[in-house]
Design a protein around this ligand. Structure first.
Ligand code: GLN
Length: 549
């Protein structure tokens, strides 16, 4: 039987519950336990697939094609495991199940209510992964902040489970904020006391309090938090701001979050943590030997969460290359023929991001042209790959009006067209070509040298595809399809053999990059950018400013 850890959050959102949950999971995994993490989100959308990235950041797609919260990306990157549809549950999905059952008559005439029907369905899903026999520990992250109306049924379900299960089978970790008041030069514990009290009023008492803080917690402060929140001193954990999220597991280990959790869960069989590969990665990340500047061409660049997995993939690939990757965000809407060289000249590589809809696509096409003509390393993902195809059609094949029917349904040259299977679909949410599909790679191509094999699988999220009636024309002119779906011939990878590094992929390689298994296209792209930086004679523009990945 599995044991259950619940992670709640107090005081404010965005404290990094996902990272704390993933860090605890990593430590328990490193000690030899089989761990998974799931996220319960309190919103009414059935899944985040229909949410605009500005609302909720990137939509993370699992192997089995579930559109999920971006925290699942952290879970996979930390734990090096696959999650699935079962790992992300929303209030919308819970209600959908209960309402469908009601319509089927499953409640036999009873009045269907939040308690017990909604809470029973929440509990069923909270326990589900633990009942598969695959895991020793299931960590459940409860989205939202304690005290929100929406998260009440989730907290009530945790309360009931704590009552129903043996004492040693559940553990509640409450993540909170200890703000520093500059004027008073003091860390303040009152908001934490209030949020723990609120949680207690809802019937759940935390076993461990993890305190996000900018300053070190003094022993007196720890004592105060312990006393007023009614936990043991050792169960007050300091989570100071870290230079990278990948430091957090080690910081949590120093605070003994894992040991205290194991003690409460009465787990006595565990080993010393095996974190050699993790630490090796961190060393490489912290002490890079080189630096490259990669342009991220997208339309959601104001919100970094929109490209979370891409940014993290660069962290993994950068460490692998012992090279710091500086990401320069370039808004695709503002790139034009006139300003493109000014905007992109100082870069060492260009990534054209995934996306939907018309906004910003012409700028993306201009950026692709620049990379193709200047032999700058280019990597296009999903929409980015489709833009590379359109650019080639327009500027090399001379099909001036070439486009995707997503942006121009009336184009005479629909080089990117809606997939047949999509033509009948009108419903949104879970209806794209989603999840893992196989791809066969041609020998001797760039893709082959990157992956080192001819059969791969990668994850997808799209409705449009390369229009195969143009393939011969493209290949004659020098853009080849180096990877295809073996069953349907859908073009998965395009590349330019006469360019040092130019690759576009219909799938989302960023969804499978982990600390221990950096994604190979990213690794080779960073390597190519490094080589390009060495080759190019022009000095890098000193005015470039950007985020460090
Ligand atoms: N909008 C494009 C399609 O649906 C690309 C999707 C994406 O970039 N994820 O095919």
């Amino acid at each position: 039987m599995a044991k259950y850890i619940f992670v709640t959050g107090g005081v404010t959102s965005s404290l990094g519950k996902g990272i704390i949950a993933a860090s605890l999971a990593k430590l328990l995994q490193a000690r030899g336990l089989k761990v998974t993490i799931q996220k319960f989100d309190p919103y009414i959308n059935v899944d985040p697939g229909t949410l605009n990235p500005y609302e909720h950041g990137e939509c993370f797609v699992t192997e089995d094609g579930a559109e999920t919260d971006l925290d699942l990306g952290h879970y996979e990157r930390f734990l090096n495991i696959f999650t699935s549809q079962a790992n992300n549950v929303t209030t919308g999905r819970i209600y959908q199940t209960v309402i469908n059952k009601e319509r089927e008559g499953a409640y036999l005439g009873k009045t269907v209510q939040v308690v017990p029907h909604i809470t029973d369905e929440i509990k069923r899903r909270m326990l589900h992964l633990g009942q598969t026999g695959e895991f020793d520990i299931v960590i459940t992250e409860i989205g939202g902040t304690v005290g929100d109306i929406e998260s009440l049924p989730f907290v009530e379900a945790v309360r009931q489970l704590q009552w129903e299960l043996p004492e040693e089978d559940t553990l509640v970790v409450h993540l909170t904020l200890i703000p520093y008041l500059k004027a008073a030069k003091e860390l303040k514990t009152k908001p934490t006391q209030h949020s723990v009290r609120m949680l207690s009023q809802e019937g759940v008492h935390p076993d461990i309090i993890v305190c996000r803080t900018e300053r070190t917690l003094t022993p007196e402060l720890r004592r105060k938090i312990a006393l007023f929140c009614n936990v043991k001193m050792e169960a007050v954990i300091e989570a100071a701001d870290a230079p990278t999220i990948y430091e957090v597991p080690l910081a949590m280990m120093r605070e003994q979050l894992d040991i205290i959790s194991l003690k409460k869960l009465n787990i006595t069989e565990y080993r010393e943590p095996e974190l050699a590969r993790w630490k090796e990665f961190l060393d490489k990340l912290k002490y890079p030997k080189d630096k490259v500047a990669i342009g991220l061409i997208g339309k959601y660049i104001e919100l970094q969460d929109a490209y979370k997995s891409i940014l993290e993939s660069f962290v993994h690939a950068g460490a692998m290359n012992e090279c710091q990757v500086q990401i320069i965000n370039v808004h695709s809407e503002f790139i034009t023929d006139e300003n493109v060289s000014e905007k992109l000249a100082g870069l060492d590589g260009l990534l054209v991001a995934p996306g939907f809809g018309h906004r910003g696509v012409e700028g993306k096409i201009v950026a692709v042209k620049y990379a193709r003509e200047n032999k700058m390393p280019f990597f296009g993902i999903c929409l980015g790959m489709q833009m590379a195809v359109i650019e080639f059609a327009r500027n090399v094949l001379g099909l001036k009006d070439a486009h995707s029917t997503e942006m121009n349904p009336d184009t005479k040259n629909p080089v990117i067209d809606l997939m047949d299977e999509q033509k009948k679909i009108t419903a949104k949410g879970g209806t794209m070509r989603l999840g893992s599909y196989p791809c066969e790679i041609k020998e001797g191509t760039l893709a082959h040298s990157i992956y080192g094999k001819t059969s791969i699988t990668e994850r997808h999220r799209h409705r449009w595809e390369f229009n195969n009636s143009y393939l011969e024309q493209f290949e004659k002119a020098g853009m080849m399809a180096s990877g295809k779906n073996p069953g349907t011939n859908l073009v998965e990878i395009v590349e330019l053999p006469n360019h040092p590094f130019f690759i576009g992929v219909q799938y989302h390689p960023e969804l499978k990059s982990t600390v221990e298994n950096p994604q190979p296209v990213f690794v080779h792209f960073v390597k190519a950018a490094r080589e390009y930086a060495e080759r190019k004679d022009d000095v890098k523009s000193p005015v470039l400013q950007g985020e460090s990945a």
